[in-house]
Ligand binder design. Structure first.
Ligand SMILES: [Zn+2]
Length: 694
């Protein structure tokens, strides 16, 4: 064999000589038929705590290794490296492919009954992988259908516990007699079978079928106390899947436990995947949606939680090296790879959708399954993860607290996300710096809500990265290179048109503003006139206004069709406006505070329809009529940054104090709750976080 080469198409027979051990990979010395010994390294196996290496690699075990990859180790020795778990097909002891002289040395064929009893003992001590292997021996050694069925039924339990729900389901089903409707089935075995099938179906998100099995059980086995709670759980999932009605408070409770994996179904709202010209595929609305509407609430396909950043440092460490790209993957991403490889190998049906995701043009190994087992190309898995995994906070509510309420640095907060996951539906959303929806997280659930009103057939987009201030077009595109595209959104086009001189001027003005605003802790000592003048000067550096409407959209009553507004947010400016708004508010210049805060919201891309409150008491009456008319106006928001809700909170404060109409203040409160739900994922806890909403 040649070094550092995949021997595509070739196969070799190997026999394990030493018990398996583990250092990153599972290791053992193996020999070929000529007696040449070499180190075998098996990557992407389940973790040692789940399946110890010596269950897979034990002396005397014989397997066929496909497409062997021979490589030099760092110590200068040679080894056989196996990344694709199914590249080794282990042979049953009596398999005729095993050469006679190797077969003699193997253990005598198992007694099926004894193997099954040993399996039960392993179950008793929670050794699921060992039990699985013993039950497999029991199946191989079975001399009657009865023995085979019993071993299958028991193996279904071990597979359930190992997270191999598809095999668990097929095992359970195989334990039933062939006659329909299984009249000859032993009642106690039937009870176990139905329950295990229900459990497997639940794990496969097949809630309707799961409810079906459990409903049968409530009739046939009314005394089984485990059935009712399971049925309740499955019905709740079915409801979530069909209607999107979630208990977010429950989600938080479950996400508070480690790992923060939430028991919830995936809900897909009025959204579908379609080709997106120039972008491969994208996600589109299938009907009109309102700002704040729930579009997708998705359970992660795969999720790795690294622990709290401040406690674990690097989190659970694991290193994988991708031979093709020399890319070293550490920590949670490496765990994600091995998790997904396992999933593809054991739950091929439910994980098919992962293989459909974009994987950056990598040429996948042709899928020729051996012995009915799928071929898992772990290099493809790595490439797909690189293109589709997201770092996520434990909950977006936590990030909201630190970012919006404590004004922490957004970039730093994002960098500290050590939790990684893959969400299939969400992966189809393309990038735009000016998004029309926002994603948030509660544990392994990703929640996507509309951030503006949209007609049907709108492509959903959100920014893939936190927006950096005062950066050039080239700098922005450089950061997007990971995903292999250039962004041509309104914001990027504006940057493209901005000269270096203008950018420099803006940086200077931001410095000036910081200086003015930082002069004193006492708001009365801040020169708000000078700050406003600097902001006006900044505004004047833009060639286009924040928003434009096609002229035809204006109707005779003066109201405009907001969904036609074209928005070019000023992300460099919003917080300066909001900050100044706060100073004005604290110096009792309420009307001016609202005017400036509205500018801040507009800089974020919000369209604020309600007019600012009157400047003096004398004008109150005149304006009241106008405001009532605006009651029917809709809010149309496009938040592109996490500053949105903080800004809205201030809006509520301003309006609550300055508005002459309580109705208007109430509407501002509703907007604040909606903005909160876009950032955090739900409205249920809005009043817990925002005192103004209580
Ligand atoms: Zn852009």
């Amino acid at each position: 064999m040649k070094l550092e080469t995949h021997h595509r198409g070739s196969k070799t027979l190997i026999r394990v000589l030493t018990p398996g051990d583990r250092i990153n990979a599972a290791l053992a010395v193996v020999e070929d038929q000529e007696g040449t010994g070499v180190l075998l390294q098996l990557y992407n196996l389940p973790e040692e705590s789940e399946v110890p290496a010596d269950y897979t690699l034990y002396p005397g075990r014989v397997g066929i290794l496909k497409e062997p990859f021979f490589k030099a180790t760092s110590a200068g020795a040679y080894s056989l490296r196996v990344d694709h778990v199914n590249d080794i097909v282990w042979l049953a002891p009596e398999d005729e492919k095993i050469p006679a002289r190797w077969r003699q040395r193997l253990r005598a064929p198992n007694d099926s009954f004894k193997a099954r009893m040993d399996g039960n003992k392993a179950i008793g001590t929670n050794q699921w992988a060992k039990a699985e292997s013993l039950y497999s021996s029991a199946i191989d050694a079975a001399r009657s259908l009865e023995e085979s069925r019993l071993a299958h039924l028991n193996r279904s339990l071990a597979n359930l516990r190992l997270g191999r729900c598809e095999t668990a389901l097929s095992d359970a089903t195989k334990s039933a007699p062939d006659d329909e409707p299984h009249e000859s089935e032993n009642l106690s075995l039937r009870e176990k079978r139905l329950f295990r099938e229900a459990k497997a179906l639940y794990a496969m998100d097949k809630y309707q079928e799961c409810v079906g099995r459990l409903t049968v059980m409530t009739k046939e086995f009314p005394d089984n106390n485990a059935v009712k709670p399971e049925l309740g759980r499955a019905q709740a999932r079915l409801r979530e899947q069909q209607t999107g009605a979630f208990s977010f408070r429950n989600m938080y409770k479950e996400a508070a436990v480690e790992p923060p994996v939430v028991d919830c179904a995936t809900f897909t709202g009025p959204v579908e995947i379609r080709p997106s010209p120039g972008r491969g595929r994208g996600s589109f609305t299938t009907s009109a949606v309102k700002a704040g509407d729930l579009l997708i609430c998705e359970k992660a396909f795969s999720y790795c939680f690294a622990g709290e950043p401040q406690l674990g440092g690097g989190g659970k460490s694991m290193t994988l090296v991708d031979m093709d790209s020399n890319y070293i993957t550490i920590g949670t991403q490496a765990r994600l790879i091995s998790q997904i490889v396992q999933n593809l190998s054991h739950n091929p049906e439910s994980s098919k959708k992962f293989l459909d995701l974009h994987h950056g043009g990598y040429q996948a190994v042709s899928a020729d399954g051996v012995d009915g087992r799928p071929v898992v190309d772990s290099f493809l898995v790595t490439k797909t993860i690189l293109a589709n995994s997201f770092g996520a906070p434990r909950t977006s509510r936590d990030s909201f607290r630190s970012l919006v309420l404590d004004f922490a640095n957004e970039e730093k907060a994002v960098a500290s996300h050590q939790t990684t996951g893959v969400w299939i539906m969400a992966s189809y959303l393309n990038h735009s710096c000016v998004g029309n929806c926002c994603r948030s997280f509660i544990g392994d659930m990703q929640i996507i809500r509309a951030t503006r009103d949209m007609p049907a057939n709108t492509e959903l987009m959100f920014p893939y990265q936190a927006e950096k201030r005062l950066v050039s077009y080239d700098e922005t595109q450089k950061k997007l290179q990971n995903w292999g595209f250039r962004c041509e959104c309104a914001l990027c086009l504006e940057k493209k048109a901005t000269t270096e001189g203008t950018l420099k001027k803006r940086k200077g003005l931001i410095g000036k503003l910081k200086f003015i605003m930082g002069r004193s802790q006492d708001p009365y000592e801040i020169d708000t006139k000078r700050a406003l003048a600097a902001l006006d000067e900044f505004e004047a550096t833009y060639a286009t206004p924040v928003r434009t409407y096609p002229s035809a959209a204006t109707d005779p009553t003066g109201s405009v069709d907001l969904s036609t507004a074209q928005i070019t947010p000023r992300l460099d400016l919003w917080d300066a406006y909001i900050g100044l708004g706060g100073v004005l508010l604290n110096t009792d210049k309420n009307a001016e505070a609202v005017r400036v805060t509205v500018k801040g919201l507009e800089a974020l891309g919000f369209v604020v329809v309600a007019p600012p409150p009157p400047l003096g008491d004398g004008e109150k009456k005149k304006n009241r009529k106008k405001k009532k008319k605006k009651k029917t106006a809709n809010s149309n928001t496009a938040s592109t940054s996490n500053g949105g809700a903080g800004a809205d909170q201030l809006m509520v404060k301003s309006w609550g104090m300055a508005a002459t109409s309580p109705d208007l203040a109430q509407r501002a409160r509703e907007y604040a709750a909606t903005a909160y739900s876009m950032l955090v994922g739900e409205k249920e806890t809005a009043s817990d976080e925002l005192a103004e909403l209580r």
